[in-house]
Design a protein around this ligand. Structure first.
Ligand code: IPM
Ligand code: MG
Length: 370
């Protein structure tokens, strides 16, 4: 390979460091067995950064993220930082990375692994073979809209304000990602908003429809209100291929979609920016799950979502689809062999620790490479 890939790893808080430790072993495996070398730097984000620097993301770390070929993040947050001022909460570190790197397209696949069909809270026939891709807008909407804040009205009342706002270009660039992805899948996009009550939703629908007519009409486009979508996701989830939606609805719908697959502990995500003149695009990869402070440090957490995030990293940033396949097939094999962390445990399976799951995956990788 011509040049080393520059990877910034931000393990974060809670179970972040222990799941990331297993990813490091997979990275080492790639180094040794696939002769691809990564230049890895590791730094702090979230609560761990607050403890050291007083802020959830140091400027120096932000600079490194801007330079890296990809950022791999664990999870942020925990009860010890819950009462901090809003502006320095652990989550702000993550939001700053998304915003300053302009990672406007968040890809959240909800894939039901065959071996985990029984782990879903829905009937097996509803989720078996499920393969949805949620494309969530990530740098706009109510998460970042101005004005925002809490103001004192002076009469014993306070007012909390957030603003849902989208512009044409913000809608078009994320919709384009969704249409492009759909072409590599089942060629169907369902665009989700609340055009019935929100002007920003109406604009969303109009702009998506317009873009569709400007070169994407080979892709089937449908529209759905967000409340209906949340219901349809638990009624007949397999009706969806790509779901395109805004930041807040995407946050909620992706948690629902994730749980259809049995566990949040299984789901990776990619957050992508625009492609520049050199063909490079900023990117960050992270599991959909949070920092799970209740089990942090106990070697119980499921490392697969973070390992699968690394696979997405290989596929989308490093053009290493074969290596990504190796990891994804490895995960399938490990699950088929009955190894389970607590979150996906089922009768008749073997419970393993975080590290035990890492061991099993490395063995599966060895077997495939043999
Ligand atoms: C997610 C998370 C974040 C979000 C939090 C941690 C800020 O829930 O990535 O879905 O709300 O976007
Ligand atoms: Mg969320």
């Amino acid at each position: 390979m011509a040049s080393n890939k520059n990877l910034l790893i931000l393990p974060g808080d809670g179970i972040g460091p222990e799941v990331m430790r297993e990813v490091r072993r997979v990275v080492d495996w790639m180094d040794k067995r696939r002769a691809v070398t990564f230049d890895i730097d590791e730094d702090l984000v979230g609560g761990s950064a607050i403890d050291k620097h007083g802020v959830p993301l140091a400027d120096e770390t932000m600079d490194k993220a801007m330079e890296a070929d990809a950022v791999l993040l664990g999870a942020v947050g925990g009860p010890q930082w819950d009462n901090l001022d809003f502006s320095i909460k652990p989550e702000r570190g993550l939001l700053r990375l998304r915003k300053e790197m302009e990672l406007f397209a968040n890809l959240r696949p909800a894939l039901c692994f065959d071996a985990l069909v029984q782990a879903s809270s829905l009937k097996p026939e509803l989720v078996s073979g499920l393969d949805i891709m949620i494309v969530r807008e990530l740098t706009g909407g109510v998460y970042f809209g101005e004005p925002r804040g809490i103001e004192d009205l002076g009469n014993g009342e306070r007012r909390g304000i957030n603003t849902q706002v989208y512009t044409t270009s913000e809608i078009r660039r994320v919709a384009e990602v969704a249409f492009d992805l759909a072409r590599k899948r089942d060629s169907r996009v369902c665009s989700v908003e609340k055009a019935n009550v929100m002007e920003s939703g109406l604009l969303w629908r109009e702009e998506v429809t317009k873009l569709h007519g400007e070169g994407f009409d080979d892709v089937e486009l449908s529209h759905m209100y967000a409340d209906n979508c949340s219901m349809q996701l638990v009624r007949t989830p397999k009706q969806f291929d790509v779901i395109l939606t805004d930041n807040l609805f995407g946050d909620m719908l992706s948690d629902t979609a994730a749980m259809l697959t049995g566990s949040l502990g299984m789901l990776p995500s990619a957050s992508l920016g625009a492609t520049d003149e050199t063909g490079r695009r900023k990117a960050m990869y992270e599991p959909v799950h949070g920092s799970a402070p209740d089990i942090a440090g106990e070697n119980k957490a499921n490392p697969l979502a973070t390992i699968l995030s690394f696979a997405m990293n290989l596929r989308y940033s490093f053009d290493m689809g074969d290596e990504a396949d190796l990891i994804e097939n490895g995960v399938n094999k490990v699950l088929a062999s009955g190894k389970r962390t607590g979150d996906i445990m089922a009768a008749g399976c073997d419970i393993v620790s975080t590290e035990g799951m890492g061991d099993a995956l490395l063995r599966a990788l060895d077997e495939q490479a043999a």
